[in-house]
Design a protein around this ligand. Structure first.
Ligand code: FNR
Length: 194
């Protein structure tokens, strides 16, 4: 069985370390996972005024989330919270009221920073948001990654290789646990089961 996992990168930076980690995760994921990025860059700022007539970018993110078996967030922490661009994307996909696209989607959160303790507060904030959105979350393992650029290399084929064996093992383990979590959640939320 193959699971389609939509991933959202919480940074719009052209040099984003979280994007590097997300690209590395694509290569480290078990073969059952197909990771597809859900872009957030082109979304306008959400307003309820759009609810009666969502623009194409708003419809696109809802459709992409709904077409995914699970959702992975790979994000920095901004000012001890969720980056505005990512929160905006979540707000778009959660609305209009009654059509929350995240409901029952198995989610995972990964965060990388250049500092030692980064992303813990962002991840905690994300857990509140995802709880409200009725999105089951992988609770453990957690990934609070300090980014070392020398641990990542372009593989020459559009991907990223993790050259530091302990980091690769840790991230591979996370993706394997996330896959098992997706299987567990989908086995109890399959149509007709509940
Ligand atoms: C940061 N950074 C940061 N780091 C952290 O650990 N905790 C924080 O609260 C913040 N706050 C913060 C706010 C803003 C506006 C910026 C631009 C940066 C630093 C951040 O971790 C670092 O820039 C990462 O490289 C950001 O990730 P990307 O964009 O490279 O993926």
């Amino acid at each position: 069985m193959t699971y389609r996992i939509g991933y959202l990168v919480g940074s719009l930076s052209s040099t984003s370390v979280n994007r590097t980690v997300a690209r590395a995760l694509v290569g480290l994921a078990p073969p059952e996972l197909e990771l597809v990025e859900i872009g957030i860059r082109d979304l306008p700022l959400y307003s309820p005024d759009y609810d009666d007539d969502y623009p194409p970018q708003g419809r696109a993110i809802k459709e992409a989330v709904e077409a995914s078996d699970g959702i992975l967030f790979v994000s920095p922490e901004y000012n001890r919270s969720i980056p505005g661009a990512l929160k905006n994307a979540i707000d778009w996909a959660s609305r209009p009221w009654g059509t929350n696209s995240f409901a029952r989607k198995p989610t995972g959160i990964v965060g990388a920073s250049i500092g030692a303790i980064g992303t813990a507060v962002m991840q905690s904030s994300m857990r509140s948001v995802l709880s409200f959105l009725n999105a089951p979350q992988l609770n453990a393992p957690e990934v609070y990654l300090t980014f070392h650029p020398e641990h990542y290399a372009d593989d020459g084929a559009g991907g990223i290789t993790v050259t530091h064996e302990d980091t690769a093992t840790f991230l591979r383990h996370y993706m394997s646990e996330y896959t098992a979590f997706v299987e567990r959640v989908l086995s109890v939320t399959a149509p007709g089961h509940i």
